[in-house]
Write a protein that binds this ligand. Structure first.
Ligand code: SF4
Length: 83
């Protein structure tokens, strides 16, 4: 059985620098020093980070974060929650 992985996508054009994502998951998100725009530290993680990534996605006020659960080759599921 293949463990699920999580791919993280951020849209810098939508980001308003609110920083909720960093507070939810500092392992995955950072912010640029000059303007606070999100910086993705890790593009893909194991599913042990799913709770905090879901939280970041939910808390982002501009829907700039999308997480995608991938379940091995050829299968992927994308979910987006409105904030
Ligand atoms: S929570 Fe959303 S708007 Fe705020 S810094 Fe992160 S990506 Fe940008």
């Amino acid at each position: 059985m293949v463990n699920a992985m999580i791919r993280i996508h951020v849209d810098e054009d939508k980001c308003i620098g609110a920083g909720h994502c960093v507070r939810a998951s500092a392992k995955v998100f950072d912010q640029r020093d000059d303007d606070g725009i999100v910086v993705l530290l890790v593009g893909e993680t194991g599913n042990e980070l799913e709770p905090e990534l879901r939280k970041a996605e939910r808390l982002c006020p501009s829907q700039a974060i999308r997480i995608e659960i991938t379940q091995g080759a050829g299968s992927s599921q994308s979910k987006q929650e409105a904030g």
